[in-house]
Design a protein around this ligand. Sequence first.
Ligand code: HEC
Ligand code: HEC
Ligand code: HEC
Length: 132
Amino acid sequence: MTAQHALRAFLTLVLAGWVTASAVAEVAHPVIPKGKGERCVADTSVMRRNHMQLLKHQRDETMHNGIRTERFSLVGCMNCHAYVNSQPVSIKDERHFCNVCHQYAAVKIDCFECHASTPQPVSAAVAPEAHP
Ligand code: HEC
Ligand code: HEC
Ligand code: HEC
């Protein structure tokens, strides 16, 4: 199965699960927390299907070629997505944005062994309280 096929099959399952869940009251279904702001860094449908490529591509370029673009920054993702009911949550919380689909799709990612899974100051090097 190609990645595209796997994703399509997964999304079909989610939709089917959703429909079934609303027909049967009180059955848990995946709830993807809504992102902050007006829109994502790319079309939502593109992000749904291609975020892994976008992040990995960025990772490779950043790590190997020293190219740095802000568009697909992981810090950026967290600053809009690492919230549930407006409260910041970490990847340890099963409701974390990056967990809900992955649990269904049995996807495991190691990103948060190094990267923060919570909202971060855009420039953590200069904390606001450090200014006189
Ligand atoms: C400026 C805020 C913002 C940033 C930065 C951002 N997003 Fe989004 N994202 C949104 C909004 C708003 C939506 C569409 C509304 C929603 O959450 O359903 C969205 C939707 C998504 C979706 C589809 C969610 C669904 O319901 O199917 C994915 C996946 C996603 N974003 C991943 C990412 C990733 C990965 C990054 C970092 C590269 C990122 N986003 C950066 C605001 C943002
Ligand atoms: C709308 C559902 C959804 C959301 C939300 C989501 N993902 Fe994913 N992600 C998937 C699916 C499905 C796959 C597996 C796709 C495949 O196998 O082709 C995946 C795969 C990945 C992969 C590749 C894993 C591998 O083993 O190759 C990475 C990296 C990733 N996601 C990062 C993230 C990050 C970081 C977030 C939070 C910002 C996030 N994802 C949020 C659905 C989602
Ligand atoms: C072994 C530690 C480690 C792991 C695991 C790791 N990264 Fe990184 N990542 C780094 C370092 C170090 C940088 C460079 C930091 C910088 O440029 O400020 C980086 C940079 C990045 C960047 C660009 C900078 C930014 O603001 O986001 C992205 C995107 C990224 N990684 C995504 C990922 C994704 C997606 C995964 C999981 C599939 C992952 N990383 C796993 C260490 C790691």
